[in-house]
Design a binder for this molecule. Structure first.
Ligand code: GRF
Length: 191
């Protein structure tokens, strides 16, 4: 596959600062073929519109169950011939409908040095545990919560002065640098 043809889909439920960081990288921008969001009204959708990225936005409540909305996502992914799926603050576990077909092609970013502090509020968990370091992890997605094979990690130091806000800023700065870099490396492996 020629690198030019690699197509990426980003999944985001919220603010989309990682999505934005990926889009700001001009060499990645042209590969983003779709934004998928499970939250109508998410800021990430506005960002997609600003950059003319097609969106698939759904409300899970409009579907009978997870299988039903993941079938719909699968159709979007297949019809657009997506090669790599990038979770960037997508607040749902990926189910078997997608994993059975695309495992190894779905990656996630998590704001801790996994396996420490998986799940929700990872930054708050690290602060409450009074550890000296936390970090950022990029990993393949499997059926567990933040358990898939690790692709890349970076440590972030916690100081005594750190608050949830300051530590979040430090972690996000690392995320916004590391995610685009890792995505580019994975794209090279796909070509
Ligand atoms: C990031 O911290 C990411 O690690 C986690 O969700 C957050 C998403 O933030 N999975 P944003 O929507 O990209 O700003």
């Amino acid at each position: 596959m020629n690198n030019k043809t690699v197509k990426l889909a980003v999944f985001a439920s919220g603010t989309g600062s990682n999505f934005h960081a990926i889009l700001k990288d001009k060499s990645l921008r042209k590969h983003i073929a779709l934004l998928i969001s499970d939250r109508p009204g998410a800021r990430a959708i506005e960002i997609a519109k600003r950059y003319d990225i097609p969106t698939f936005v759904f409300n899970p409540k409009d579907f009978k169950n997870k299988i039903a909305y993941e079938e719909q996502i699968k159709q979007e992914i297949d019809s657009r011939e997506i090669d790599l799926m990038i979770l960037a603050g997508y607040m749902r576990l990926i189910g078997d409908t997608l994993l059975s077909v695309y495992e190894g092609k779905i990656i996630n970013i998590h704001p801790s040095y996994l396996p420490n502090f998986p799940g929700k509020d990872a930054i708050g968990q690290a602060l409450r545990a009074e550890v000296d370091t936390t970090g950022v992890t990029i990993h393949y997605v499997d059926s567990g919560m933040d358990t898939g094979p690790i692709i890349s990690q970076e440590e972030v130091l916690i100081t005594k002065e750190d608050t949830l806000e300051s530590l979040t800023r430090k972690i996000q700065a690392v995320e916004h640098r590391l995610y685009p870099k890792v995505i580019k490396q994975l794209m090279e492996d796909l070509t």
